[in-house]
Design a protein around this ligand. Structure first.
Ligand code: 1CP
Length: 349
């Protein structure tokens, strides 16, 4: 860890002193970058994920172009269900689609348990190659979807508005839902442990759809499985980040989950959340991603708002409250990073 030229992100995750607030951007390797689109023009999305040279190339792009303080390995949360045997099609414009969503015991029985070293070895190869390409400049983050968020895609087959199908499953056949969540939790723990072994310096669990559940259902169908994963991840020092979008009511529980960092969406008040759980965990977030449609002045004033809301001291990793949108001007992403680097110095001694 100490070999890293820039370890601000890792220090902030551990709430250790930093000279300025580190920043990375969720979905920083992606379509808003012309350099990403150039690579994407040559290969479809899954081929990019499965070709370590290409995955590594687009992972490093935002470090060179935007100047973020951490890289996140280029992949997708849906590679786990794909490795379990589900056919995944990436539709241009429409997003990812599973051709045969899991809606019955029979369909569930066809899913295979994965061994990440065999079935997702291409991700591990991409991690090794990316570490080499980064040459200790910044830390590398590995990630997975949460069991609940993966189950939602596996049952719906695609993104959804009401999540009717996965809700039908948890209310009509909770036993099957739990057995699938169980299997996902074990696979995810093995997968994240394998990524750490391959060299990632931190991991993030994305519970993008945690917030569509009632409080009780969140505890039963999402939180307990993330806690189990955190317990099972084999790590030495690597911080664990949990990002559960829209889970205002679950902050104390997320802070007690064993994670080092809790990621916040932009609807939460960073300062109040710091008062509530900042003594236990570092916080990551939480600028509204659409602010990047604004002028540089607007972006700068919003950066200032987020930084002052957190206040002085370590334990804050600047990020957006959700992924960067594909039609954002890369110049605005660069300006964001520059403003955070400049404006955050005064919040640290
Ligand atoms: O054609 C393309 O280039 C596809 C666009 C794209 C990209 C660039 C998809 C499809 N996935 C990705 C990469 C990706 N996905 C990363 C890369 C690393 C980085 O952050 O730079 C990461 C971390 C993800 C994670 C991911 N995939 C999440 C969790 C984060 C979040 O945004 O909430 C989710 C929900 C997905 C599913 C997914 N994959 C792709 C899309 C368009 C979606 C959303 C589908 C939907 O809900 O409709």
């Amino acid at each position: 860890m100490s070999k890293l030229q820039n370890d601000l992100f890792l220090r902030a995750c551990k709430r250790q002193p930093v000279e300025r607030t580190p920043i990375w951007i969720m979905r920083q390797a992606g379509r808003y970058l012309p350099e990403y689109r150039d690579v994407r023009a040559k290969a479809d999305f899954l081929t990019m994920c499965k070709t370590p040279e290409l995955a590594s190339e687009v992972t490093v792009q935002p470090i060179d172009i935007i100047g973020t303080d951490a890289a996140i390995i280029f992949s997708d949360i849906l590679v786990i269900p794909e490795a379990m045997g589900m056919e995944l099609i990436m539709h241009e414009g429409k997003g990812p689609i599973f051709t045969s969503p899991i809606r019955s015991e029979q369909a569930a029985n066809l899913l295979k348990e994965i061994d990440p070293f065999l079935d997702l070895s291409y991700v591990l190869d991409a991690v090794v190659m990316t570490k080499r390409a980064l040459n200790n400049r910044v830390p590398l983050i590995g990630f997975s979807g949460s069991p609940w968020t993966l189950l939602a895609y596996m049952v719906e087959g695609k993104g959804s508005k009401n999540f009717s199908e996965v809700k039908k499953l948890i209310y009509n056949n909770p036993r099957l839902a739990h057995s699938l969540l169980d299997m996902l939790a074990d696979s995810i723990a093995l997968y994240l442990s394998a990524k750490i072994e391959a060299g990632v310096n931190a991991v993030q669990i994305f519970d993008t759809w945690g917030g569509i559940l009632s409080q009780e259902d969140f505890n039963e169908f999402s939180l307990q499985y993330m806690v189990r994963i955190i317990e099972q991840i084999k790590r030495k020092d690597e911080p664990i980040i949990v990002y559960a979008k829209g889970v205002h009511y679950g902050l104390d529980k997320l802070a007690a989950s064993g994670a080092d960092v809790v990621g916040l969406d932009w609807t939460m008040n960073l300062g109040s959340v710091r008062n509530q759980i900042g003594g236990k965990v570092a916080l990551q977030g939480n600028m509204d991603p659409t602010v990047l449609y604004g002028t540089h002045e607007k972006i700068k004033s919003e950066v200032e708002k987020v930084l002052s809301s957190y206040g002085k001291g370590s334990g804050h990793i600047f990020n957006l409250g959700h992924g960067i949108l594909p039609d954002v001007d890369p110049e605005n992403a660069k300006a964001l990073v520059r403003f955070v680097k400049e404006e955050s110095v005064k919040y640290h001694i």
